[in-house]
Ligand binder design. Structure first.
Ligand SMILES: *Cc1c(COP(=O)(O)O)cnc(C)c1O
Length: 466
């Protein structure tokens, strides 16, 4: 498989280089040159496979010659053994023909584990055989940091440094990061806010000498391997509900458009999908786009579903590329407009033919949905999941197709919203119940770029390729 940039000007790469490179040199994102195709019989065959087997089967065509079948099979086995449920991504039922896809059984209780657990192993394999190491640096306001740390802990080929604003992340979130004691994991509490952390990470990426010396890399959501890994659960859950002989609808709580783009990819690969519903909170650039054709930035409003608080969606460009007949010049033009004029519009006729619908959910409706879901189905959902359930119900155009709501986080990750809605504190799963008794390791540093950089330089274990 070859990968091309959504802006058409960067070199064509293979899977290995795409995973290790991330962003394309022309500013675009890498996408596969073609979508692998699976027949109805192929899809039916998934029913007798474990999740790890299904992942290896569905994703092998994306790897080309980069990784052998046996090696990749071992990786999917290992990645999904870290989940606390044998089905990895089990399904439960909310109502008649309405289901919940439980994506939160990974080590940090959020759907990002599904992709990051595999990405950590891919890094180790691809870097290790080149006898290289990489230094992963990131800033987090809570969620992504812990999933990235869990993915990289104990891996020989990577050191990971995560900056968080001291005293400004919740205790559950901080402890999920700082109780990981592996020697290649470094938590830095910065005496500043999240924007200070992000500005420092950006400055480190822009310092090319620092970046090259330490072989700095990011595990952000634009990495192709993350999108790729998320394709699998659309197929496995679809099959458990009757695919490919029945078209399924999915409602997806969306921010950076990675999760739902994976659903779109699944449909391109042969999974029959009736509706793909983009659910946003009041930071609704995506919902506005699918309903009006206009993609326009506005300010970010903090909500009780913080993992969806975005100004622009980093993966959206991949969808735009297909929407414009894979014309890189047209995409480059639109992205320039977004940069210079704050937005752009596409012809609504392009959107009306697709499988997408979209809607937004405000804070009051989010809390109300958590409350009614508990009352009517005896299931506690987190605020992100509640948004998907509400918008899914609003946008559903027929009750014939099963509606699958993606549950992107465990309710215990967002206890404040759940308590406000229901009066009950959601319990942490058994394997995490001692979280508050575990030892923590972190360093607190001043909001000073030079100090943070030298801290990282002293600890990153970089080997040269030679
Ligand atoms: C990251 C995240 C989302 C949004 O997913 P995207 O791929 O960015 O659209 C939704 N819910 C939770 C809990 C998340 O962590």
């Amino acid at each position: 498989m070859r990968y091309i940039s959504t802006r058409g000007q960067a070199p064509v790469l293979n899977f290995e280089d795409v995973v290790l490179t991330g962003l394309a040199r022309d500013g675009g994102l890498y996408v596969p040159e073609t979508w692998p195709q699976f027949s109805k019989d192929d899809i039916r065959g998934l029913a007798s496979m474990s999740y790890a087997e299904a992942a290896a089967f569905l994703l092998q065509p994306f790897l080309g010659e980069s990784i052998s079948e046996a090696d990749f099979r071992a990786m999917t086995e290992k990645a999904y053994a870290s989940f606390s449920h044998k089905a990895v991504v089990p399904v439960s039922q909310l109502g008649s023909n309405e289901f919940l896809m439980e994506l939160y059984h990974g080590p940090t209780l959020a759907f990002k584990d599904v992709a990051l657990q595999l990405l950590g192993l891919l890094y180790d394999h691809l870097l290790g055989r080149q006898q290289r190491r990489a230094t992963i640096i990131g800033a987090t306001s809570g969620d992504t940091g812990s999933a990235a740390i869990e993915a990289c802990r104990g891996r020989d080929a990577v050191d990971i440094f995560i900056l968080h604003p001291a005293g400004r992340v919740s205790e559950v979130q901080r402890r999920q990061m700082t109780t990981v004691l592996d020697s290649n994991v470094h938590n830095i509490a910065v005496q500043g806010d999240f924007d200070d952390c992000q500005a420092m990470v950006k400055a480190m990426f822009n310092d090319l000498e620092f970046r090259d010396d330490l072989s700095v890399s990011a595990v952000n959501s634009i990495n192709w391997a993350r999108v790729m890994a998320q394709i699998v659960y659309y197929f496995t859950v679809g099959v458990s509900l009757g695919s490919p002989d029945r078209a399924i609808s999915f409602s997806v709580p969306s921010g950076n458009f990675g999760d739902i783009y994976a659903g779109y990819a699944a449909s391109k690969m042969g999974l029959p999908i009736d509706q793909l519903i983009v659910a946003t909170n009041r930071n609704d650039i995506l919902s506005r786009f699918f309903n009006s054709g206009e993609y326009r930035k506005s300010s970010v409003d903090p909500t009780i579903s913080p993992s969806m608080d975005i100004q622009v969606s980093s993966n959206f460009e991949r969808f735009l590329f297909d929407l414009h007949g894979r014309d890189g010049a047209a995409v480059a033009n639109l992205m320039e407009k977004l940069d210079k004029e704050g937005g752009f519009a596409v012809n609504m006729s392009l959107l009306n033919e697709g499988i997408f619908s979209a809607g937004r959910c405000d804070e009051a409706d989010t809390l109300e949905t958590i409350r009614t879901t508990l009352k009517e189905s005896a299931i506690t959902v987190d605020p992100h999941t509640a948004i998907g359930i509400k918008v899914g119900a609003d946008c559903r155009d027929s009750s014939a197709a099963p509606m699958v709501n993606l549950a992107t986080a465990h309710p215990a990750k967002f206890p404040d919203a759940v308590v406000e809605a229901t009066g009950e504190t959601p319990a942490l799963p058994k394997h995490m119940q001692d979280l508050f008794d575990r030892d923590e390791r972190l360093v607190e540093l001043p909001n000073d770029l030079a100090t943070v950089k030298s801290y990282i330089k002293e600890r990153a274990r970089i080997l040269s390729a030679a």
